[in-house]
Design a protein around this ligand. Structure first.
Ligand SMILES: NC(=O)c1ccc[n+]([C@@H]2O[C@H](COP(=O)([O-])OP(=O)(O)OC[C@H]3O[C@@H](n4cnc5c(N)ncnc54)[C@H](OP(=O)(O)O)[C@@H]3O)[C@@H](O)[C@H]2O)c1
Length: 310
């Protein structure tokens, strides 16, 4: 693979009008750096918020890197392996979470650190795989790394039908927890299907009446997060992924975290997707040429994850 080769890629140009400013252009195929793998992208997950993240616009040294390629949840096939990179061969199916500060996968190719990838079994489609890295790693890290969930505990999942919430529900259930989901009425049946023992429609009922619980995992934020401190049992944890948690009663703790790439955890997740223990919620897919529309999809009511397929 040489720098002369070109590819189609989505480019985000400015933080001022990020989604509307996205163009799809012909650009050089990225050169894999030390420790990288070049992946031919088949599907990539996007997060509407990512266009406001600092890493979209600057590299790790703080230098402007616009225009940048969005999409960090990558599924595809290894096209080249950089000298010295081990663990993958050309032709391997892979999935991974790419560095926030480097170009993403809304492109025909991405150069991505091998350590952030794991092999993808044939049982998991590229589209499903691209819905996993952020959502499922967030669910895993929130439940097990940060809350230390154990069998028999209770978990209240705010936004149980969402891209992240639906995976929190399934992983918590598999871990032997009692799971209470919250969200909008339209997601009640799905949440029950995924394994909640109880569902609270936030528009008509008070989730406080379903507590106290050992773990609150909030994916909504705002008022829901602010009210959640009162439902955490002594010794329990409030995990937030949108904003710092409110002040908590003594004997309970709050955590806000940003998901990190983790190959071993992703391998555990992929194994569960392969044998059907978990399934991601894919709300819509778009071709690369419609990346702009993909970024608008969530605000137009698409549930779950939005995936660009190539
Ligand atoms: N810190 C991290 O590492 C991290 C990782 C992943 C995600 N996040 C953040 O977490 C948030 C959720 O991400 P996601 O991908 O899971 O989004 P999502 O798929 O939209 O899920 C959110 C869920 O909550 C529901 N919801 C939102 N507001 C509600 C309300 N007021 N009442 C009832 N239900 C409500 C949504 O329903 P509707 O679709 O009907 O609105 C949806 O089912 C985003 O802000 C995202 O940026 C952070």
């Amino acid at each position: 693979m040489t720098t002369e080769q070109t590819m189609r890629a989505a480019l985000a140009h400015t933080p001022e009008s990020p989604a509307d400013g996205i163009t799809v252009e012909t650009v050089p195929v990225p050169r894999p750096a030390t420790g990288d793998v070049l992946v031919e992208v088949r599907a990539v997950g996007i997060v509407p918020d990512e266009l406001s993240w600092p890493g979209t616009w600057s590299d790790r040294a703080g230098r402007d890197r616009a225009p940048s390629v969005p999409g960090h949840e990558v599924a595809g096939v290894v096209a080249a392996v950089r000298y010295g990179t081990t663990g993958f061969e050309v032709g391997d199916r892979v999935v991974g979470l790419a560095d926030w500060h480097r170009d993403g996968g809304a492109a025909e190719f991405i150069a991505v650190e091998a350590r952030n990838l794991t092999r993808l079994p044939d049982e998991v489609s590229f589209t499903e795989a691209a819905a996993l890295p952020i959502s499922a790693l967030t669910a895993w890290q929130g439940l097990f790394t940060h809350a230390g969930l154990t069998s028999g505990q209770s978990v209240l999942v705010h936004g149980a039908g969402g891209g992240t919430g639906s995976l929190i529900v399934q992983l918590a259930r598999e871990a032997g927890a009692r799971v209470i989901g919250t969200g909008r009425a339209r997601d009640a049946d799905l949440a029950r299907e995924l394994g909640v023992d109880e569902f609270v429609d936030l528009e008509t009922a008070r989730f406080e009446d379903a507590g106290p619980v050992d773990v609150v995992f909030d994916t909504i934020g705002g008022d829901v997060l602010a009210r959640s401190a009162s439902v955490v049992r002594p010794g329990g944890v409030l995990v937030s992924i949108t904003a710092p948690p409110p002040e908590l009663p003594e004997g309970t703790r709050g955590v806000v975290f940003i998901v990190e790439p983790n190959r071993d955890q992703l391998a555990e997740i992929v194994a569960r997707a392969a044998d059907g223990r978990i399934r991601p919620r894919v709300g819509a897919t778009f071709p690369l040429a419609e990346t702009r529309a993909a970024f608008h999809a969530k605000k137009n009511g698409v549930p779950g994850k939005v995936i660009i397929t190539l």
